[in-house]
Design a protein around this ligand. Structure first.
Ligand SMILES: [Fe+2]
Length: 289
């Protein structure tokens, strides 16, 4: 399998300029990897690199779009430092996306920015929630009708510990493997899920199929072990960008990461035929949203 990771040199956030080849690679589900584009911590932010800055009841620390901080422990000064660090990363991530993908800028919808101080490999989870298994992102409670999930990640570990991913096959190959095994969609069931508030809105057939792919991959241990894949250690001081609803990924290990999620309308791409919605629509021959 051709590598699904595109390495892009350069250490200056301001100097990054997108090009057609990188955009096409990203929209084909590949990961854009900037090995030397580090997110610099201020000296006073270094003490924030410890797991107990997180509220034990929260999965991550997040800075909401309105600037409020969620999931943090510690006193007011610690919380202000956290908000400052995460907010600065948000600005850099937005600037990077704007430079790489200027056509997206006006259409992007910003999601909270997160700081993940926990060690990945120590988490105990059910198979469905276990992100150490290859998957594409799909969320059971939040149907998105094909809206894209674009993510910018930065490994800010100060001890040189990489964040290790496995990156798997292209989306269309995954879809061709797992669509035939997918449970059929039921609009009636989707109505029940919505009425019971299991989903925040009506689950479309697209959302159903994305969950079927997510679960189908994670459930299949033979696929996990033997499907074409590469192990990618993203070093401390690096940044990477991908559509996590399309790039097949598994998060194996690492600690201390910043992450920005941006949502893009399904039809607002450089190549409108490359999105998961377009691919699933073509493969099923049906309108899915
Ligand atoms: Fe994921």
């Amino acid at each position: 399998m051709e590598s699904q990771v595109i390495r892009i040199e350069g250490s200056d956030w301001q100097a990054v300029q997108g090009n057609d080849a990188w955009r096409a690679a990203l929209e084909a589900g590949k990961v854009l990897f900037f090995p030397s584009l580090g997110f610099e911590l201020q000296p006073e932010e270094r003490p924030l690199l410890r797991p107990d800055v997180r509220d034990p009841g929260a999965r991550n620390i997040s800075l909401n779009v309105d600037g409020s901080l969620k999931g943090a422990a510690g006193d007011a000064a610690t919380q202000a430092l956290l908000a400052g660090m995460i907010g600065r990363f948000r600005q850099q991530a937005l600037g990077l996306v704007d430079a790489l993908l200027p056509h997206y800028t006006s259409a992007l919808r910003m999601a909270p920015t997160s700081y993940r101080p926990m060690q990945v490999e120590s988490r105990q989870q059910s198979w469905r929630a276990d992100d150490r298994r290859l998957h594409v992102d799909a969320f059971p409670s939040r149907p998105n009708y094909g809206e894209r999930i674009l993510r910018v990640f930065a490994n800010v570990n100060s001890d040189g510990v990489p964040r290790v991913w496995r990156v798997g096959e292209p989306f269309e190959t995954v879809a061709r493997t797992f669509l035939p095994k997918a449970k059929p969609y039921s609009a009636w069931q989707a109505k029940v899920l919505q009425a019971r508030h299991v989903t925040k809105s009506f689950r479309s057939e697209y959302d159903h199929l994305m969950l079927q792919l997510h679960d189908g991959m994670k459930r299949d241990m033979a696929y996990q072990q033997s499907s074409p894949q590469e192990t990618v250690p993203f070093p401390a001081g690096s940044v990477w960008v991908c559509f996590s609803d399309q790039a097949t990924h598994a998060v194996m290990s690492g600690q201390y990461m910043l992450e920005q999620t941006l949502h893009l309308p399904a039809d607002h791409a450089y190549d409108k035929e490359a999105s998961p919605l377009a691919i699933l629509t073509r493969l099923t021959g049906r309108q899915l949203v």
